[in-house]
Design a protein around this ligand. Structure first.
Ligand code: SAM
Length: 277
């Protein structure tokens, strides 16, 4: 019997209308739905009047349960994998099952749909041409500080997931590391109380301190301004030549190379060195 297919299906991140026709069709036709929280997925299936067996596949049983699901796929069963919200595999179980499918040459495909990160990015109004998804932010203050410091030079827009319980601490750390940076906090995306708050980290924090912190959040941070290219003037060329000489290159070749890198004539660099000896 040929192997079945694993369908990684995106489900809504709040608004049930965001399910796609293709996901509904697939959920109706597969043999089994693997999901994080069976109660949540049964609610979704019931809402769309789909009756299907469900099985749990979540962070803490994925090692053992993955093997069971793989065996069922090998037995020819078609299986849908959904998470509690959005795209499986994005800060949710899914990646490991994909690895197992790759290893066992089991076909799998992805049915696109809602993803909180991308929805928040576009809503933020921050640059979308280049961005990086950073997932969840470390919980401990020391690690969080180091984590943001490591991202200080990142020029692309950064996308983070954060829980409401940690939002205040996280915004405080962001205010410390990025006092003047523009950011956005996207709350309750696609839901009735969807909200986007833009400003510096301190401004965003002040807003939520005043209004209260409720719901799920995507945080978005403007990238660092690109570092200005170093000005390569005659002083730069002289220092560069000295550096090359110290590395063991002859003075003649060092001047030639430094002048070339600076876009100057080697005679000018040589004369400058001689005159300033
Ligand atoms: N797989 C999901 C996706 O594709 O976006 C993400 C799952 S991750 C476990 C859950 C996190 O996603 C939440 O803590 C929050 O940061 C973000 N999130 C999910 N739904 C959201 C929503 N409606 N509004 C804002 N953030 C949301």
């Amino acid at each position: 019997m040929p192997y079945g297919t694993l369908y990684l299906c995106a489900t809504p991140i709040g608004n049930l209308q965001d399910i796609t026709l293709r996901v509904l069709e697939t959920l109706k036709t597969v043999d089994l739905v693997a999901c994080e929280d069976t109660r949540k997925t049964l609610q979704l299936l019931n809402h769309f009047e789909i009756s299907k067996p469900v099985t749990s596949y979540y962070e803490h049983n994925k090692m053992t349960k993955g093997d069971v699901i793989i065996q069922q796929l090998k037995d020819g069963k078609n299986i849908a994998l959904v998470s509690d919200a959005g795209m499986p595999g994005i800060s949710d179980p899914g990646y490991d099952l994909v690895q197992q499918c790759l290893a066992e040459e089991i076909p799998f495909t992805v049915l696109p749909g809602a993803v909180a990160a991308i929805t928040g990015l576009v809503l933020s109004g921050l640059p979308t041409d280049r961005f990086t998804f950073e997932g969840f932010i470390p919980r401990q203050k020391k690690e969080r500080l180091q984590y943001f410091q490591n991202l200080a030079q990142e020029e692309r827009t950064m996308i983070f997931y954060e829980s409401p319980h940690r939002l205040k601490d996280t915004l405080e750390t962001m205010a410390e590391v990025f006092p003047d940076r523009t950011m956005a906090a996207a709350r309750e995306l696609t839901k009735k109380f969807e909200e986007i708050v833009r400003g510096t980290p301190s401004e965003v924090l002040a807003h939520f301190e005043a209004e209260g912190i409720r719901g799920e959040f995507v945080l978005l941070l403007h990238g660092a301004e690109p570092a200005l290219p170093e000005e390569r003037d005659i002083d730069w060329a002289v220092n560069r030549a000295a550096q090359l000489e110290a590395d063991g290159i002859s003075q003649k070749d060092a001047i030639k190379q430094a002048a070339k890198e600076a876009g100057l004539s080697k005679r000018d660099v040589y004369n400058f060195i001689v005159q300033n000896r």
